[in-house]
Design a protein around this ligand. Structure first.
Ligand code: FAD
Length: 622
């Protein structure tokens, strides 16, 4: 059935696997996606939403690199919001509610339309390895399929164990089998593995809810979108709603605590701290007698509703009784109870920056298997693993993004350098250079790099070049053109900003904190220039950000340049740390395990102090 050797086999068709397949195939590798259920490609296991704070930036980066998540999100969106719009542009974060079924369907259509991508539905139960190198996979039917590289993206499926109250059963997601065999074999190869936990809320029948008792949460009046390509913006949207738990609801939930797998010791692994279950919130914040609940529709044509904020693994009777006491949920009918799931992961310090494992050549890990949580985190790793698998088997240079180039760079560097003991999700605070890593400029940052390695298409590149040229032209116009005081002073006066006495360049007045592009457009010279050049809203926004934040952007670029100097000091591959007696013993152990490739990476390892770095620098002759 599979006589020929594939270039790349991707195991698992979740967010990571779907992006890995698309990337490897689009770069020219003959790629096979083997997944347990072809109906659930790109399935959203938990909330029907993409993006959000820091995660939205990641989706924009995936899109800029030529991945599919942004396009799929736009095609299946039912609501769009730009979060943090009241803060500086570095914090603006796009988020979309999605039609869960359409999201998965669009993924399948996109992958089926990708030449070089083949599909096969079965569980992979083992890996084929020869002389420290991966050469293929073995399926549960005993079929061997050979490949030059394998990307594992098993998500929450490896020895997955689902908990609802005192009941527990094997599964990778509700209604789906767990995957077995792979963990045990990887441990035999010498990999460390661990267990993590995550949970999901009940899904309910929207027809049984009383929305008049809840607060509507509409999308943006002028919805934007994710992809830099010509996808459609939403012309109509579905509202979400907000309601709250109460002291009564908390008391009812507490009645089930003795049967809770979280509290009776059945669940031992660590869950996502920033996405706690409702029982965890009640326990940890005992003084709070109310928590927000967001009621999110699951799609355009379904009555199913996702109860965001009510993730729980309490017994189903307790879930039902407590939810019935939430305002608007008095007549609630359940579609599915909430549950928690424990699964195997592999500490990501066992990986290189390319996501290739250090132990077995040409074997890549991406997504939740690396201890992350979230679709966006998974998808971006899948994309990078797919790219790097293709590059490696074609003997090309690896594709690694630096911390000042992309959130994806921050994510992967954090994972492989620091590891993670709890499910890792991205936050803006994890990025040192967030003024550079904005959602508006992901194409300017990343599309040229991706085009160079043969992934981002010519169309993407041309769009990016046009945007860059137009915004540069506009910025030059602000630098060169002068205003007259009579024209600008009424605007400044209305803003309580001090008046100007003499003519000066537009750039200077536009840099003032309260002066926005809308104010600048009131000047005849500016509005005429915009009309003549047919600039769209994206160019206006880009120019505004680049003028108003030029000082911060410059400063961060300088800081990043300093970092690059350390980034250029490479540590030889099999460097013997035991001969450096002046290193602290903790630093020596960590450096031996993580094997950083540069001094800069070494400096980010927890337990490696500035004085350890000095010792290394002296030894390396710097
Ligand atoms: P998954 O989406 O899990 O996909 C794995 C794929 O691999 C599946 O298609 C599976 O069929 C396939 N597969 C696995 N093993 C094999 C095998 N051996 N052979 C063939 N195919 C295989 N994220 C959040 O950000 N917030 C949350 O609150 C949250 N809650 C969650 C709650 C639950 C119950 C679950 C299950 C997940 C939750 N997540 C949450 C996590 C989110 O779903 C994942 O981060 C994301 O889906 C990971 O993507 P992935 O591609 O790594 O894996």
């Amino acid at each position: 059935m599979f006589e020929k050797e594939y270039d790349v086999i991707v195991v698992g068709g979740g967010h990571a696997g779907a992006e890995a397949t698309a990337a490897a195939a689009n770069m020219g590798s003959r790629t096979l996606l083997v997944t347990m259920n072809l109906q659930t490609i790109g399935q959203m296991s938990c909330n029907p939403a993409m993006g959000g704070i820091a995660k939205g930036q990641i989706v924009r980066e995936i899109d800029a690199l030529g991945g599919y998540s942004g396009i799929i999100t736009d095609k299946s969106a039912i609501q769009f919001k730009m979060l943090n719009k009241s803060k500086g542009p570095a914090m603006w974060s796009p988020r979309a509610q999605n039609d869960r079924m359409r999201f998965a369907e669009e993924w399948r259509i996109a992958l089926e339309g990708t030449p070089n991508a083949d599909f096969y539905q079965e569980m992979v139960s083992g890996l084929l390895e020869e002389n420290g190198k991966i050469v293929g996979v073995r399926t549960s039917l005993g079929i061997d399929i050979r490949a030059k590289a394998v990307v594992l993206t098993n998500g929450t499926f490896l020895n997955g164990l689902i908990h609802i109250g005192e009941k527990q059963f094997g599964g990778g997601r509700a209604g789906e089998k767990a995957a077995t065999g792979i963990t045990e074999q990887l441990v035999d190869f010498g990999f460390d593995s661990g267990r993590m936990k995550t949970g999901t809320p009940p899904r309910v029948d929207g027809r049984s809810l009383d929305y008049s008792k809840m607060i509507p949460q509409p999308g943006d009046a002028k919805p934007e979108k994710f992809s830099y390509l010509d996808t459609q913006k939403l012309t109509s949207q579905r509202d979400c709603h907000m309601t709250h738990t109460s002291a009564l609801v908390h008391d009812l939930l507490r009645e089930g605590f003795d049967r809770s797998p979280m509290f009776n010791g059945r669940i031992k692994s660590i869950g996502p701290r920033y996405c706690p279950s409702i029982e965890d919130k009640i326990n940890r914040f005992a003084d709070k007698d109310s928590h927000q609940i967001f009621v999110e529709p699951e799609g355009w044509n379904t009555v199913e509703v996702y109860v965001n904020g009510f993730s729980t693994s309490l017994p189903e009777d307790i879930q039902y009784k407590a939810l019935k006491s939430v305002k608007g949920f008095e007549e609630v009918k359940f579609f599915r109870p909430g549950y928690a799931i424990e699964y195997d992961y592999f500490p990501p310090t066992q990986l290189r920056h390319t996501l290739e494992t250090k132990l077995v050549d040409n074997l890549y890990f991406a997504g939740q298997i690396n201890g992350t949580t979230g679709y966006e985190e998974a998808a971006s790793q899948g994309l990078m693993a797919g790219i790097n698998a293709h590059l490696k088997i074609n003997e090309k240079e690896p594709f690694v993004l630096k911390r000042d180039e992309a959130y994806i760079g921050v994510l992967i560097d954090d994972l492989i350098t620091k590891g993670t003991e709890e499910p890792y999700r991205m936050f803006t605070s994890r990025a040192e250079y967030r003024t550079l890593l904005r959602q508006d400029n992901a194409d300017l940052r990343l599309t040229p790099k991706s085009h160079e390695i043969g992934l981002a298409t010519k169309e993407r590149m041309q769009k990016m070049e046009q945007k860059e040229a137009q915004s540069d032209k506009f910025i030059q116009f602000f630098r060169k053109t002068s205003f007259v005081p009579e024209e600008i002073n009424p605007i400044l006066e209305s803003l309580d900003s001090s008046k100007v006495k003499q003519s000066d360049k537009l750039f200077k007045v536009f840099s003032r904190p309260r002066v926005s592009m809308d104010h600048m457009l009131q000047l005849e010279s500016v509005s005429k220039f915009v009309d003549e050049n047919d600039f769209n809203s994206e160019i206006l926004e880009q120019a505004e950000i680049q003028v108003k934040y030029s000082g911060y952007i410059e400063k961060e670029k300088n800081n990043a340049d300093k970092l690059h100097r350390l980034e250029n000091v490479r540590i030889p591959e099999n460097f013997d740390y035991s001969k450096l007696k002046s290193l602290s013993s903790e630093a020596r152990e960590k450096l031996k395990t993580i094997k950083p490739v540069t001094i800069s990476q070494a400096s980010r390892i927890s337990g490696v102090s500035p004085s350890d770095i000095s010792v290394l620098l002296v030894f390396l002759g710097r």
